[in-house]
Design a protein around this ligand. Structure first.
Ligand code: FES
Ligand SMILES: [Fe+2]
Length: 335
């Protein structure tokens, strides 16, 4: 869907996602005085920053409906491009240039959403947050180097994209040139623990090439993956080989029913000789391999009925993901 979403479908009003946190930008992308247009769940939002911090509002001026994102920051206010109404950080109109002596009506107020900034990302909740912003414990651990990648555009539904993140079985096929197409590929058996706060799958053993990234070809070894699904569209994994650890948090922004953005935050304690740019180039290529496959999946919405697909033991986590989404009552991006 392009342009304005006048009548969002029931999916775009899914309470599970309306009351959840979603990334809309990198914090550094909205410098002080910056204004940016973004989309989330079919809504057009304006992001801007003043001395109080970052703000996310519906991108509509209450006067004649012009896009506030075409305006500019002046002092501590966002100024509409059309007739210059000035909006304070609270969303209240603070001044109408054509009538300097007139106090703006209480109705002259932007629609304001909650904003938090973590991991150099701007998180927005369109409703009332049902939980805290997802966590990435390695972010505060100085023994890890951090690299942020994306956003990556997938013309696919959010749950389909998240399901790909949770899938270890595709590595030697979609990512053969980086992870190796080991003839001994096999996914070890594992359990999935469903908790109130999500899903945990520990120590999934996979044979793959280690250090296959920008450092070049590595040896094929047994690597252990552990996954944590925190929210319907946010998950973390850690892969371990000896003392070397790599953790990633992927969060998928539901721009629309059929459009998603993936933001990846990574933390690793090896490959110190590799530059961030080399690492990002590698990550861009790996994610780029996922895009056409995920976009090809039919139905384009993630089936929650287990009868609609075939499952094998290595799919345990994605089966648990479908069950968990059904239990949460998620309708967005699912069928
Ligand atoms: S439309 Fe914004 S000030 Fe008139
Ligand atoms: Fe992948």
């Amino acid at each position: 869907m392009a342009g304005r979403s006048i009548l969002p479908s029931y999916m775009l009003n899914d309470p599970v996602l309306l009351n959840d946190w979603h990334v809309v930008a990198r914090s550094s992308a909205i410098a002080s005085g910056g204004v940016r247009a973004v989309r989330l769940l079919g809504r057009e939002l304006v992001l801007w920053r003043n001395g109080e911090g970052a703000h996310a509002w519906l991108d509509v001026c209450r006067h004649r409906g012009a896009k506030l994102s075409l305006g500019r920051v002046h002092g501590e206010c966002l100024v509409c491009p059309y007739h210059g109404w000035r909006y304070a950080g609270s969303g209240a109109c603070a001044g109408i240039p054509a009538h300097p002596g007139q106090a703006p009506s209480a109705k002259a107020r932007a629609e304001v959403y909650r904003v938090e900034e973590h991991f150099d990302l701007v998180w927005v909740c369109l409703g009332t947050p049902a939980q805290a912003v997802p966590d990435f414990p390695e972010w505060g651990d100085s023994s890890y180097r951090k690299v942020s990648a994306g956003p990556y555009l997938f013309r696919a539904s959010g749950p389909r994209v998240m399901d790909n993140f949770l899938d270890v079985g595709h590595y030697p096929f979609v990512h053969a040139r980086f992870f190796g197409d080991s003839p001994q590929f096999e996914v070890s058996d594992y359990e999935v623990e469903a908790t109130d706060s999500g899903l945990l799958a520990r120590d999934i053993g996979v044979r793959r090439v280690w250090k296959a990234g920008p450092a070049g070809a590595g040896e094929t070894v047994q690597v252990k993956y552990s996954y944590r699904v925190q929210r319907p569209l946010t998950g973390n994994y850690t892969k371990v080989h000896g003392a070397e650890r790599f953790s990633m948090m992927d969060t998928v922004t539901p721009v629309d029913e059929g459009e998603s953005l993936v933001w990846s935050v990574m933390a690793l304690n090896y490959l110190s000789e590799t530059t961030d740019r080399e690492f990002l180039d590698y990550q861009d290529k790996v994610t780029g391999e996922d895009v056409p496959v995920v976009e090809s999946q039919r139905p384009s919405l993630l089936p929650l009925s287990l009868d609609d697909e075939l499952h094998v033991p290595s799919d345990r986590l994605s089966v648990a993901y479908r069950r968990w989404l059904a239990k949460l009552g998620l309708r967005f991006g699912t069928c």
